[in-house]
Design a protein. Sequence first.
Length: 129
Amino acid sequence: MATTDIMRTIGDYPLLQRDTEDKFHGKHLLYLCWENHLMFAAPLCIPVPRTLPFGALIRDVLPELYGEHPEFEDIDWKRTQWFSSTKRFIPDVGKSLEHHGLGHKSLIRFRTPALEGIRKPATAGGPGF
């Protein structure tokens, strides 16, 4: 017996978002992903003020998040490639995250061309990062 009704509902299901911007005391959530560096298996999510200068993100925030990685100290920030989700952009270090169009739950991905992370072969007795 064929039927077209696979699932029946008893009414609307209310979708209540629990992570809206108003719940973060003047900050918004920002996702960060250092590509090819799977010591950090997923993007990190942090609350930051929208007025945070991009330079402060590089200078103050990223070392706290990624500083334990053995390649972090070798990053050449002038060669780093930045992406807002999938769109490439060149940050102005003196301008805010908001100026760059980075709002609540935005994703920043960054690539460090000379540092390959997971593509770096493991050495004898050491991990490949």
